[in-house]
Structures are given as C-alpha cells and as structure tokens.
Design a protein around this ligand. Structure first.
Ligand SMILES: O=C1O[C@H](COP(=O)(O)O)[C@@H](O)[C@H](O)[C@H]1O
Length: 312
C-alpha cells in the first residue's frame, strides 16, 4: 500500500473539507477500508471536488461540468503562461467534440485579457476531412466556439488542407508540423525526435476513442508517422486525419476531458486497473513518456471508477 504518494483534496463551495465524510458520500465506490489513508493536503485547485495522483497521472473530478470548465480554463492558462515564459510560444493541439464547449471559459474574463493569445500556435490532434466550412469540421467548431472570440494570430492557426484526399491531408499536416519543429515553434522530444507539444487536449468518445484513434483500428500501432489518416471511421464522417500515439505521448502535457454518464464505462476501462483480459481502449494508451497526464472528469463520467486502483 503506497498511500503516502496519494494526494487528496476535498472541497465544497471552494472550502477545503477537513472531514472526508463528504468525499465518501459523493462516491460510494471509495471503500471504507481506504478511509484511514485519506488526508487533505494543500489547496491544489479550488474547483476540483477532489484530485488524486498516481504514477504521474492526475485525476480531477468535478461536481459538475461548470466546475470542470473553470478548472480546465485555469489549467490551460497556467500552462500557456509557463510555456510562453520558458519558450516564448505555446503550441497546443485541440480535439473536436464536447471539448470546445468545455474550454469556453477561456473566452471570458479574466482569461480573455490575461492570456497572451498572440503567442499561441493552434493545431488539431484530429480533424475530419471535410471543408472547413462544413458542420463536421473540428476547425469550424473551434473557430466559432473559441478562437474567433480571442485575439489569436490567424497565421498561427494551423488547420489541415481541406482540398485534398485524407492521405494527402495527413502527409501535408505532418510536413507543416515538421517545419515548425525545425524552427522550434513546436518543441522536440529529446528521446524520439517527435514533436513535443506543450499541450495536447483530447476528448474521449463513449467507445474509448481519442483523437481519431478508434478501438481495434490498425493505426493504433502506427509508430513511424506523426500524422496518419483513416477512411473507415466508425463515427461519421469516415475520413479523418489523426495524430498517432508517438506524438500524443511525446507531449509535455496531455489532458483528457470527459463528461457525462455515457462515458463512465469507457473512463473505468481507460483509467482503472482492469486486468489483462479486458479490452485495451485507445484512451488507456494515452501514456505520456515524460509529460504529465491529467484526466478532467465530472462526477457522472467518474461514476464507475474503481478508486481502489489509485490506492494500491
Ligand atoms: O469524433 C470525435 O469525437 C471525439 C469525442 O467527441 P465528444 O463530442 O464525445 O467529446 C473528439 O475528441 C474528436 O476530436 C472528434 O473528432
């Protein structure tokens, strides 16, 4: 039992709760046998209901999606500030889907003014191969929901070529990334020469897919390419480009952002110790080699977690 490496903070209405009864009441899956090892430490984040750490992974569970939104905005703003201070730039890769709405607080005070948006370089961890004006485009989603509302520099928004095939779009996107690694707009991994994004933001589908890396697909084992393509996505539209795991796992920071009870089973299979006989979900393969992984969940998405795996 390595309970000394576990950090637990329990909050309600931004107040640190000295008694862990509230903690146990919000998640009945936390066994009584673990209670003696729960101990509140320093305030890590005022909006996280509780936060656990193990093996370099961090789990932040929020009372609701609104608290998650606040905590996520603060996390991104902090990483942006640290990266700009260190390297003069912030290279961030977005996903599509619910993530963009969950990032919405970045467009509000104080972040709209305090973030140095001109230093951001924006990429996509995955993109649907459709016109940029198409409702399915992850670029359009992020533009309408996010960066049309903040002062990013348009030439720093690195979207895919939407006029070519999926295969060509993946090749072109990898080429763009290679140029920006050369000029160090994107950092480089010391261990494998992969791009080292300051932050990769991922959502997760109910099937456990991240980016456009779907369960049982051959691209899950792609080792050489940085960006690859698929033409048979089980979720429409079928043609997509996606970062491969070597790139995702070379990032300095990776966040997986998940809300809703429909994703609770996938969150359990991705996070908990499930044994060798269970299916290995793409989300479980998100394991940064040197970077830091943070899972942002609301209570509904965390409702099937077997917390014991974080306590052993
Ligand atoms: O198709 C996609 O789905 C995932 C998950 O989307 P969500 O709406 O369930 O959060 C998304 O992360 C990915 O970028 C997107 O292309």
């Amino acid at each position: 039992m390595r309970h000394e490496c576990v950090c637990v903070c329990v909050y309600k209405n931004k107040e640190l709760i000295p008694d862990y009864n509230y903690f146990t009441s919000v998640s009945s899956s936390f066994s009584d046998t673990h209670q003696p090892f729960l101990f509140p430490l320093v305030v890590c984040s005022p909006m996280a209901l509780y936060r656990l750490e193990k093996d370099g992974r961090e789990l932040r569970i929020h009372e609701n999606a609104d608290e998650l939104r606040s905590n996520l905005a603060e996390y991104i703003a902090d990483l942006s500030e640290a990266s700009i201070k260190e390297r003069g730039t912030f290279a961030v890769a977005l996903s599509g889907g619910s993530l963009i709405t969950l990032m919405g607080k970045l467009c509000e005070a104080p972040y709209i003014k305090t973030i140095d948006w001109a230093k951001w370089h924006i990429f996509w961890a995955d993109e649907r191969v459709v016109a940029k004006s198409h409702a399915d485009s992850n670029y359009k989603l992020a533009k309408d929901g996010l960066f049309a509302k903040v002062p990013v520099i348009y030439s720093h928004v690195h979207s895919i070529n939407d006029t070519v095939s999926a295969e060509r779009a993946a090749e072109d996107y990898e080429f763009v990334i290679r140029q920006l690694v050369r000029t160090r707009v994107i950092n480089v991994s010391e261990i494998n020469d992969c791009p080292k994004f300051d932050l990769v933001l991922l959502g997760m589908g109910p099937d456990g897919h991240v980016a456009s890396l779907f369960p049982n697909h051959s691209v899950l084992s792609e080792k050489l390419q940085w960006v690859t393509f698929i033409t048979d996505s089980p979720k429409p539209p079928p043609e997509r480009i996606t970062f491969t795991f070597p790139v995702i796992n070379s990032a300095s920071n990776v966040a997986v952002v998940v809300t809703g009870g429909g994703k609770a089973e996938a969150a359990h299979l991705a996070i908990d110790d499930i044994g060798p006989d269970r299916p290995k979900l793409p989300a479980r393969m998100v394991q940064p080699t040197q970077g830091k992984l943070v899972w942002f969940l609301d209570i509904a998405a965390a409702s099937k977690l077997d917390s014991a795996s974080f306590w052993e």
